[in-house]
Design a protein around this ligand. Structure first.
Ligand SMILES: NC(=O)c1ccc[n+]([C@@H]2O[C@H](COP(=O)([O-])OP(=O)(O)OC[C@H]3O[C@@H](n4cnc5c(N)ncnc54)[C@H](OP(=O)(O)O)[C@@H]3O)[C@@H](O)[C@H]2O)c1
Length: 318
């Protein structure tokens, strides 16, 4: 079969032939329709991710949309190594393939779940978002952040504040539901002031953090300031990504004075997850949650891999 095959960690995969997978006990074969080029896919292939493997060559791609042998269309995850989703066929555990409803196109089915669930699960499962609460999306200009704005509103947030670097994208986030924006350009002091100003009278109840590093330090400086009104329950910060840095400096006083809770990861039980997944795709089918995608032929994987375009999610089509 044709596949995107990784030979060296940190180098782009190559379009070439790879042996067909054979399903074992508890597995299903999937004819891949589309698979999104997510940052996590590149991070795993880069070698620094906890899921990276030294066992090469291997097909890249962590998830996608495809057809099972009975013709049903699914979103799937967890291909068995050395197989991946950037190929004509892959093999996955039977419990990691979920039906996709009509009304959701193949590119959306492949591209939406990973970045969208990165906010949906933390908002509902970890932060237990309450109707009317204020959500800050830190890293709102990326694909996951743009979805997080829509999903926070979809799940009942009263106010959404969007923080990011790219001013041209920041200027468009009102169309997705952002009520205010914070520019991450400037000195640390300027960014802290901007977080204080955008927090208004209520502060931030839930923070979805895709960036970590210096922008998070500027935010923490804001929420620990005496003149910054804090919700009595304290803000819940959900750690999701690290686009701006892998570490932060965190003063003990910040955690205490702000009543801050920092939560990472957390996965709901399978039935709860499936309910979230179904509601997400129903929202997409209804046109309420949108992701911009661009189809790329599998043969063009090397060029797509090195693309810096963040305006839409590239989706590989075998
Ligand atoms: N844990 C999970 O399940 C999960 C799921 C999805 C994503 N993530 C992680 O979340 C992060 C963002 O994902 P994504 O899908 O939104 O990626 P993306 O579409 O590639 O966007 C990257 C984002 O990171 C921002 N960024 C990059 N470097 C930055 C810096 N030095 N300072 C501030 N912002 C910076 C970009 O801001 P500008 O465009 O404004 O420059 C943009 O908002 C990644 O680390 C990804 O691995 C985790």
């Amino acid at each position: 079969m044709e596949a995107a095959v990784l030979h060296t960690l940190g180098k782009p995969p190559r379009f070439e032939q790879f042996p067909d997978p054979v399903a074992g006990e508890g597995e299903v074969l999937v004819k891949v329709l589309a698979a999104a080029l997510n940052p996590s896919t590149k991070a795993v292939a880069g070698g620094g991710h906890f899921a990276s493997s030294e066992n090469l060559p291997a097909v890249v791609g962590l998830d996608g949309a495809g057809l099972l042998e009975d013709g049903s269309r699914v979103f799937f995850g967890g291909p068995r190594k050395p197989y991946g989703s950037f190929a004509q066929t892959t093999v996955v555990p039977v419990h990691l393939a979920w039906p996709v409803p009509e009304g959701v196109d193949d590119l959306t089915a492949a591209a939406l779940p990973n970045p969208a669930l990165s906010s949906w699960i933390p908002l509902e499962h970890s932060a237990k978002l309450q109707a009317g609460e204020t959500v800050l999306v830190l890293g709102a200009t990326g694909e996951s952040g743009r979805l997080a704005i829509q999903i926070a509103k979809h799940l009942g947030a009263g106010r959404v504040v969007a923080a990011g670097r790219n001013q041209a994208v920041l200027d468009t986030l009102g169309e997705l539901g952002a009520d205010a924006t914070v520019s991450l350009n400037g000195t640390q002091e300027e960014i802290t002031e901007a977080f204080v100003a955008a927090g208004g009278d209520t502060g931030y109840d839930v923070i979805l953090d895709y960036v970590w590093g210096k922008p998070t330090e500027a935010l923490l400086a804001a929420i620990s300031r005496k003149d910054f009104h804090l919700q009595s329950s304290g803000p819940r910060l959900l750690q999701i990504g690290e686009s701006a840095g892998a570490t932060i400096e965190l003063a003990a006083g910040t955690v205490r004075s702000a009543g801050l809770t920092i939560v990472g990861g957390g996965f709901p039980p399978p039935k709860v997850f499936l309910d979230m997944f179904n509601r997400l795709l129903a929202g997409a089918a209804a046109g309420e949650i949108k992701i911009d995608t661009q189809a790329v032929p599998l043969a063009d994987i090397e060029e797509a891999w090195q693309s810096e375009d963040k305006s839409k999610r590239l989706v590989i089509v075998p």
